[in-house]
Design a protein around this ligand. Structure first.
Ligand SMILES: [Zn+2]
Length: 369
């Protein structure tokens, strides 16, 4: 039985009107303290709310792609339980600089001021629109652009491991990315990745189940070909939608085969704009507009992922997934959600997914002499 909340109307992060605090108690303490390998924690007030949601759901450590100017303040709130991944200045008024020379300089700053040893390369196909607008060259953010190569070289020399966002959901390739002459096909996104993971023999964390949770046979090939690739389970809506569709035995076999190379991650984004009716930068704050809603936004991700991995729940996800509407507007409204099909992973798999895999990869790399 799930516990209802006292809120009046369903919200995108809580369609089922769950009491996420009571739900955390009902789920109970996880088999091991969980490490979240993929978040974006920003905002001092939002990070305090995040800390509450995190603690309730048994997450004790967080790897975060925080904005550099906020990192020290976030560290004050979350202390030694937060670790940073170097990211460029996404908020810059001069994106062409921020993703070029600016990122080279920023990588040095992350390294010198915060001891960071993981660097993120965001290469989503939609980055081609953004790059075209900001620098005139749609390929600036692709993994093998000249600036990226310089940043990789610099980061590798400083002892960084790499993290990359390579592809977006199949739903996006069916709708937003139909112009393959501009965006490339989904498969083509992986060509530079396969070359560069060979060239740079450091661990590569390829986010969002490598960008292809829809296709476990593809991921099996990718992971077999490149022993230095690891994955995270972040992007909760996407993972809930697509991992639910795999038969339990197939997903379990995949997790078992690549034990230690799949890291628990949520992709929770926190920011102070979530706590007020002000729109956030670039409209990103509009997902929540009060402390209550922000808490639900963050807690809902941990509820959904733990329910997916640990339980035998069969039912609608509490989180609205607009991709359903985007692909099939006749069948789904914007508030629709997919079926969340719990996979009841065995305790030994959960222990590794939730904690050990991240200790053996991100932590081990970070703690290298
Ligand atoms: Zn992310």
């Amino acid at each position: 039985m799930t516990a209802p909340c006292s809120c009046k109307s369903p919200r995108p992060a809580n369609r089922l009107r769950l009491d996420y605090r009571a739900e955390a108690k009902r789920l109970g303490t996880p088999v091991v303290p969980i490490i979240d390998a993929h978040t974006h924690i920003n905002g001092e007030h939002a990070s305090a709310l995040y800390a509450e949601a995190r603690e309730l759901y048994g997450i004790t450590e967080t790897w975060s792609q925080t904005q550099f100017p906020q990192a020290k303040a976030i560290k004050k709130v979350l202390g030694d339980s937060i670790h940073f991944v170097a990211v460029p200045d996404y908020m810059s008024d001069d994106p062409a600089h921020a993703h070029g020379q600016g990122y080279l300089d920023r990588i040095t700053e992350w390294h010198e001021q915060l001891g960071t040893r993981i660097v993120k390369f965001w290469c989503a196909p939609r980055g081609r629109d953004y790059a075209k607008e900001s620098s005139g060259d749609p390929r600036t953010l692709t993994l093998d652009s000249p600036w990226r190569r310089k940043q990789m070289e610099h980061a590798a020399n400083l002892g960084f491991m790499f993290m990359a966002h390579i592809a977006d959901p199949d739903t996006w390739f069916k709708t937003k990315y139909t112009d393959t002459s501009f965006y490339g096909t989904k498969a083509s996104q992986y060509e530079p990745l396969e070359r560069l993971t060979d060239e740079y023999d450091v661990p590569w964390l390829v986010a969002h189940m490598g960008g292809w949770p829809e296709d476990l046979p593809f991921l099996t090939g990718l992971l077999d070909r490149h022993p230095n690739i690891i994955l995270d389970t972040s992007a909760t809506k996407w993972m809930v939608r697509e991992l639910s569709l795999h038969p339990r035995a197939e997903l379990l076999a995949f997790f078992h085969r690549f034990q230690g190379r799949i890291l628990f991650g949520s992709d929770i984004v926190t920011m102070d704009a979530h706590l007020s009716t002000d729109e956030g930068p670039r409209n990103m704050g509009s997902q929540a507009s009060s402390a209550d809603e922000a808490f639900e936004l963050y807690a809902s991700r941990y509820w959904a992922l733990r329910t997916l991995f640990e339980s035998a729940y069969e039912g609608e996800s509490p989180i609205a997934d607009p991709d359903l509407h985007m692909v099939d507007p006749d069948r789904f409204d914007e508030f629709a959600a997919p079926v969340l099909s719990g996979k009841s992973l065995p305790t030994d798999e959960l222990t590794i997914l939730y904690r050990q895999a991240t200790l053996d990869t991100l932590h081990a790399w970070h703690n290298r002499p």
